[in-house]
Every structure is written in structure tokens, then in C-alpha cells.
Write a protein that binds this ligand. Structure first.
Ligand code: 6R9
Length: 629
């Protein structure tokens, strides 16, 4: 499965374009299937429909666990590093992980969870999170992991959208110096949900929590009374594996659905190839399992490859900014896959946190989540990678299931801040505003993909029409990514950022409409508009322009109140960094907010506002300029 030279990459790429079905069938054969597929690919981009390996049957956990037992049963599948460096770290072998997953799968079954049922998982970064995910997959339940930083309201929306019957959570979470309530947040959420029959609570912080008789169950108790044998449920390749919510340009988050067969093949193939994974290597992906990066490159990709995957509970700056480097040294990490925002933040703390740590185990570095600027790229490569580790800048999305454009570590010649070349099976196209395909090199446009790959989004949960409209209707016959992109003279790709109303704050995708809706719920707010502005560490910060019903008496207090409302409605990650009170917003005569103008103002570029003559009230722009923060 692993490409070893640049020539092999080119050959594989050409084959994947000339004969995609043959190419992916050969790769898929290297997995464990209960039943072979009847048809490799069935697709219709006009309808937003894609099916891979139809008729095939498998269970992804047999590929992630069972098939490794004979050869590497005693090898660590997971290394867990707790938030507090003085707490003992834990290594879980493939055999023990298999046992724990089977037991927990039996707990789920005992409480009536069946194939196709939806289970919401709201847990901190503890091994039980991986166990819960895999236990769902074992019995064919569809997991919906909700990032631990989301609010009760966000959890409730996600539970209700998927009609989850079960929630798995913990009493609390340790995050840096803080103890964060989890069960309490779930309890608040459940006041708005009636599909949930049971809540399983894992004890992490030993914080006293309410436990309702007949509904709430302790994880530790439950696993004592079940068998450790749990046959894997045979799944059709196109049965859903999980739902993961992500923000789009309109208000409501989308439940992106991935299915069992294609996702498994794609997450594993990309893990092996991009990171050039060698048996025995320790892989440390710093993302949270609540995001797609954690799903694909902490859990499924590494485990299906028989790798050792490190799960870190804490944050990079606790107890101090050397934490990642201490972890690398302690666990002899080989592959470090992180985000530009983390790199920029650690850069800011200075090199004295890096020196005195033995980073010689590192063989490969990776970056994901947002464009990586040249300075961060070089800092990471030189100071962490000793200028010898390959650094892979990996572009992909929740909807793509796995990495799409990236170098193969040590094989593809790198170029700082370029995701470089598409992986085999990925056919990118750049199009202009009018949908014309831009041929040749040295062009910039909107990034589309013109042919399906096995990890592509299958649907938006409960809303296939929205799937079709969001991704397959902007440009006919193509998947539209929402990203802008440059293809340079060498044919290398550089992602320039979102071209829709989606912000990328510290690598988190945040929809402008979602944040505006939350702000507008605050007492005294009449209307709001948010835009992203360049932020040294977060990549983008959130700048909010807000109209209030009366001039705020204490603007600072008002700002804090708005931030509290946004935290409550969405979560702290969506809090605005800057809030400017305005008396009006720049609107066209048809009532559309001209964000282009607000963006320029937020960037301080007052001289390049462009044409403002079509505005309903051009004077408002002058006022906003004067009050800019
Ligand atoms: C995996 C993940 C997807 C959006 C995507 C793009 C941005 C991700 C990037 C990148 C430039 C990279 N993005 N990786 N931009 N270079 N290497 O992050 O998924 O949370 O769905 O975000 O993130 O804008 O469209 P997701």
C-alpha cells in the first residue's frame, strides 16, 4: 500500500486517474472483508451521490483491532498522556484495547443500542473516548462525537438532529489548570432532548455529579458485568459509520456522514502514505477526537494501520510551553501532526522551551487545519524537525474524510506553505467565479474536485438535498470545497483560505451566520455582522460589528455579556475577539451586508474599500471607519 519513491507516486497517480476503480479495488483488497463488494464505484455528482464497494461487508473494528492481534497483540495501540504530567501515562496494547472495546460494546448492547442507532459521545481526550467510538463501530451504531468545548445548546442541537438514544460522557474534564464540567453540561442539554434513554458516565475528575435513576449509568460499574466477547456486526460498505457536525455558511451545523468501507480505505491509505508510516513508530496527532483530524488520524487511520497512536488529554501550554516537547521526549514520538495555530503560539513563547529536550526520535512532522505561514513552517521544520524531518502540510476537510492534497513525507519535494500535490485518486480543478475551469499552471481560483475518492461525504444526516446544494450545485458535476487555491508554475497547490462565509479560528471552522445568530440573541442587540481578520496566533480572529437598540452605557460590560451569550449558545471557541458598536451596517440596496467592506475595515485597509456607491447609505462606512478597533 505504501508508495516509496516519487516515480511510484507519479505512476500511482496516473493509474488512479486512468483506472480509478482498479486502483482503489487493489488497495481495498488489503483489508479484511466479510464479503467482497459487487461494484467498486457508483456515482452521480449532479445528485451528490457516491457509493464505494457496494455489496461488500466488513466491520472497521476487525480491521483496526482483530486483524492485528496475531502479529502485534502486545504492541501498544494507544499511549495516553494525561493532562497533569505527574499523573501516570497509560499504554494499551492491541489485545487490551480489543478487550475493552468488546466489553463496552456489550454494555451498549445491553442497554438496547442496535445497529443504525445514533450515540452521542461527549468526552475529554481519554482512552475511553477511543473505546467508545470503536465500541459503537463494533455493533454498527453510528457515533456522533461532539467536541468537549461545545455548549449544552450545541450538544442538544446535535443530539436532536440525529435523534441519539444514548450519550456517553464523563463527570468532568481536566484541561490545563482547569476542571471543566461535562456531565452537568450534558444534563443541561438533555432538558431539551427527549430521544435520550441512557447516559453512560465515565469518572475522570471525581467531581460530584447528579445521576438520575433509570437514566444515568457509571461506565466503571457497567463494564464489570459484561462479557469480553463481542462479535463484530457485519456492515455494508455503505452503512453509515459516523456523523460529525461541521459549520457551513448558513446557520445550522451540518451532520457530515461517512460510511464504513470507503472511509476505512481512505483514512488508512492516506495515513500510511502521507506519513510514510513505518511499523513500530509512535504517532502523535495533537487534534481532539471531536474533530475529523482526530477521527481519521488518532483513531481509525493509525489503528487500521497497526500503528501506535498517542492521545494527549491536555493543552500545549500546561504546565508550560514545553509540554509537547516533553511528550515527544518521554514517549519517543516519531510523527508529530499538529496545527499552525499551536506552532505559532509555541513560537511566541521562545526557543528556551524547546532546547534541553531530546527531539531526536522525531522522523516526520505534519500540519493541518489552516494555511501555514512561511515563518511558522520554517520554525517548525528547523527547531522541531532539526531541519531533517520531512514536514507535510496536509489540506483536507471534514467532508473529505482524509487528506487530499499533501506531500508524501520525504518523497514529494516540499515548498513552504504549499500543500504541494494531490494524493493518488484526487483530481483537483480550479474554477473561476463563472465556473470556467482554469487550465494550466500559474492560476488561482476556487478549488473543486472532479472525481470521487473513497472518503468523500456521503450525505448530510437527514438532509440529502442540502448535501447536493452545498457541495455539488455551485459548479456543475464537481465537488466544491469552499476554499480558494493557487496552482503555481510548478503545478503545486497552495490553499489560500475559505471563499465562503466560514471563518477558520485556530483551525476551528466557524460559520459567520451561526455566530451572528448567537449574538443577535443577546438582549439589546438589533443586528450584527461578523468577519474574520488576520490574527497572529489564531490565524483568523472574529471581529463583530453590532447594532444595539440604545447606546451601551458601559460598552466593556456589554461586550463581556455578548461573549457570554456566544459561549452559552455555541461554545467559547466562537467568542468574538473584537466588538465594535455601530449605528448601521453597509448594505446594498437589496439589503445584503457587504462583508467585503467590513473585512477591509477589520484589516485596517481603509484605502481599498472598493466601490461603495451601490450602498444604501454610504455615510455609515465613514462612521464605522472612525470607530474601528
Ligand atoms: C482537516 C480539517 C477544513 C478547512 C478547509 C480549509 C482549512 C485545512 C488546511 C487548510 C490550508 C491546510 N484547512 N487544512 N487550509 N492548508 N493544510 O481541518 O477539517 O475542520 O473540516 O476544516 O480547513 O479552509 O476547508 P475541517
Amino acid at each position: 500500500m505504501r508508495i516509496q519513491t516519487f516515480e511510484q507516486y507519479q505512476e500511482a497517480y496516473n493509474q488512479s486517474v486512468e483506472d480509478p476503480e482498479g486502483f482503489w479495488a487493489e488497495i481495498a483488497q488489503q483489508f479484511t472483508w466479510r464479503k467482497p463488494w459487487k461494484k467498486v464505484l457508483n456515482w452521480n455528482f449532479n445528485e451528490g451521490v457516491t457509493k464505494w464497494f457496494e455489496g461488500g461487508e466488513l466491520n472497521i473494528t476487525e480491521n483496526a483491532l482483530d486483524r492485528h492481534l496475531a502479529e502485534r497483540g502486545e504492541q501498544s495501540a494507544i499511549i495516553w498522556e494525561p493532562n497533569d504530567p505527574d499523573e501516570r501515562s497509560v499504554e494499551i496494547s492491541y489485545r487490551v484495547l480489543h478487550d475493552r472495546v468488546c466489553r463496552f460494546a456489550n454494555v451498549l448492547k445491553k442497554h438496547g443500542v442496535q445497529k443504525g442507532d445514533r450515540v452521542c459521545i461527549y468526552l475529554p481526550m481519554v482512552p475511553e473516548l477511543a473505546v467508545a467510538v470503536l465500541a459503537c463501530a463494533r455493533i454498527g451504531a453510528i457515533h456522533s462525537v461532539v467536541f468537549g468545548g461545545f455548549s449544552a445548546k450545541s450538544i442538544a442541537d446535535r443530539i436532536n438532529d440525529a435523534q441519539c438514544g444514548m450519550v456517553i460522557t464523563s463527570d468532568g474534564a481536566f484541561r490545563g489548570p482547569k476542571v471543566i464540567p461535562m456531565k452537568e453540561t450534558v444534563d443541561d442539554a438533555l432538558e431539551q432532548c427527549n430521544s435520550v434513554k441512557n447516559v453512560i458516565v465515565m469518572a475522570r475528575t471525581r467531581t460530584p455529579v447528579s445521576m438520575l435513576k433509570g437514566r444515568d449509568l457509571w461506565w466503571e460499574e457497567e463494564v464489570k458485568h459484561v462479557d469480553s466477547i463481542c462479535p463484530a456486526e457485519p456492515m455494508n460498505a455503505e452503512d453509515p459509520l459516523f456523523i460529525l457536525y461541521t459549520s457551513g455558511s448558513t446557520g445550522k451545523p451540518k451532520g457530515v456522514v461517512h460510511t464504513c468501507g470507503g472511509y476505512m480505505v481512505y483514512a488508512t491509505y492516506t495515513f500510511t502514505n502521507v506519513f510514510q508510516y513505518e511499523p513500530g513508530e509512535v504517532h502523535f496527532c495533537t487534534a481532539d477526537i471531536g474533530w475529523i483530524t482526530g477521527h481519521s488520524y488518532i483513531v481509525y487511520g493509525p489503528l487500521c494501520s497497526g500503528a501506535t497512536s498517542l492521545i494527549f488529554e491536555g493543552v500545549p501550554t500546561f504546565p508550560d510551553a514545553s509540554r509537547y516537547w516533553k511528550i515527544v521526549e518521554k514517549h519517543k514520538v516519531n510523527i508529530l501532526y499538529t496545527a499552525p495555530t499551536a506552532i505559532r503560539s509555541l513560537m511566541g513563547y521562545g526557543l528556551h522551551f524547546v532546547k534541553d529536550h531530546d527531539l531526536s526520535s522525531l522522523t516526520k512532522l505534519g500540519s493541518v487545519g489552516e494555511p501555514i505561514n512561511q515563518e511558522a513552517w520554517h520554525w517548525f521544520k528547523i527547531n522541531i524537525g532539526r531541519n531533517i524531518c520531512p514536514l507535510v502540510d496536509t489540506w483536507w476537510q471534514t467532508e473529505t474524510g482524509g487528506i487530499m492534497i499533501a506531500p508524501l513525507a520525504g518523497i514529494t519535494p516540499e515548498k513552504p506553505s504549499f500543500a504541494t500535490l494531490p494524493l493518488p485518486g484526487v483530481q483537483p480543478v480550479l474554477v473561476d467565479e463563472n465556473g470556467n475551469v482554469l487550465e494550466g499552471n500559474g492560476v488561482s481560483g476556487n478549488l473543486c474536485i472532479k472525481f470521487p475518492w473513497p472518503g468523500i461525504i456521503r450525505t448530510i444526516y437527514g438532509d440529502q438535498l442540502r448535501n447536493k446544494q452545498t457541495y455539488f450545485s455551485t459548479y456543475e458535476g464537481m465537488y466544491f470545497t469552499g476554499d480558494g487555491c493557487l496552482r503555481d508554475e510548478d503545478g503545486y497547490y497552495r490553499i489560500t483560505g475559505r471563499v465562503d462565509d466560514v471563518l477558520n479560528v485556530s483551525g476551528h471552522r466557524i460559520g459567520t451566520a451561526e455566530v451572528e445568530n448567537a449574538i443577535n440573541m443577546h438582549l439589546g442587540v438589533v443586528e450584527s455582522a461578523i468577519v474574520g481578520y488576520p490574527h497572529d496566533i489564531k490565524g483568523q480572529g472574529i471581529y463583530a460589528f453590532i447594532i444595539t437598540d440604545q447606546k451601551p452605557e458601559d460598552p466593556e460590560m456589554f461586550r463581556k455579556g455578548i461573549a457570554a451569550t456566544v459561549s452559552r449558545i455555541i461554545g467559547p471557541i466562537a467568542k468574538p475577539d473584537k466588538i465594535q458598536f455601530v449605528s448601521g451596517l453597509p448594505k446594498t440596496r437589496s439589503g445584503k451586508i457587504m462583508r467585503r467592506i467590513l473585512r477591509k475595515i477589520s484589516e485596517g485597509q481603509f484605502d481599498s474599500l472598493g466601490d461603495t456607491s451601490t450602498l444604501l447609505d454610504p455615510a455609515v462606512v465613514e462612521e464605522i471607519k472612525e470607530g474601528a478597533l
